[in-house]
Design a protein around this ligand. Structure first.
Ligand code: SAM
Length: 230
């Protein structure tokens, strides 16, 4: 239960105190707190008991996108322990459509959660055999959504965007995860990553719009990473 102070106490004093701080600074400081206490925050986030590596603010945006766009199939690169695939499967199930989730990982994590809507593929997201399997799965689908959350090196993400971008259907999303690293605004030591891949992709292709409305909760791990297919 929330501990709400009465009007004579500290909250009143806090809100009336003038704070001169730019919104971007607040967002950066929140990122630093969130990443600085990762054991307590994103390494300690679960969906129905299964770990997943996403900020709850982004998970809420995912929910809104999925409800609005009703994908028939969601392709996720980077399964990890299966929590995000399970989250998407439950949302599709709740919507009552016949959607499915295909989640790809190069590492075979044990005890992935079973769900009738989830198919796991073992292998690298960019290897021919995996891509061929995914192409076959999306072929007859009207609404295809893609989430890129595997290797976050720029080269790999750029390659994934070129492979999976064309599979996304008009009005659906390709979400490029973790574009906040390499100093955008966290982990400056990361090196070129998803943000650089997004910028490189958008310079060469005009098939997606960056949907900045998806950054409405201010803190997102995917700045410029919510891409809507034209
Ligand atoms: C950030 S985690 C995925 C988190 C998960 N989507 C979630 O939200 O809980 C990244 C995963 O990508 C996998 N990975 C790394 N390189 C890959 C590749 N080339 N192809 C597919 N998966 C890869 C790793 O094994 C790891 O499990």
């Amino acid at each position: 239960m929330l501990d709400v102070p009465d009007s004579e106490t500290s909250l009143d004093k806090t809100v009336t105190r003038e704070i001169k701080i730019e919104p971007e600074t607040v967002v950066r400081l929140f990122h630093e707190l969130y990443y600085g206490s990762a054991e307590k925050t994103w390494f300690n986030t679960t969906w129905l008991g299964i770990p997943l590596l996403k900020c709850p603010l982004d998970l809420w945006v995912y929910q809104e996108i999925i409800v609005e766009t009703r994908p028939d199939i969601i392709i996720e690169t980077g399964t990890y322990k299966g929590g995000s695939a399970l989250y998407f499967a439950f949302l599709l199930d709740l919507l009552g459509n016949a959607g499915q989730v295909v989640s790809i990982d190069v590492a075979a994590f044990p005890d992935l959660p079973n769900h009738p809507l989830i198919t796991y593929l073992d292998g690298s997201s960019t290897e021919d055999d995996i891509v061929t399997q995914v192409e076959a799965l999306v072929q007859s689908k009207k609404r295809v959504m893609v989430i890129l959350d595997s290797d976050h090196a720029c080269e790999h993400v750029f390659k994934e965007m070129n492979i999976y971008g064309p599979m996304v259907t008009s009005g659906a999303y390709m979400i490029v995860e973790d574009s906040n690293v390499n100093g955008h605004p966290v982990k400056p030591e990361h090196g070129p990553g998803p943000m650089e891949a997004i910028e490189r992709y958008l310079k060469k292709n005009d098939d997606f719009d960056v949907d900045r409305r998806c950054e409405k909760f201010l803190m997102t791990q995917n700045p410029k990473g919510y891409l809507c297919k034209k």
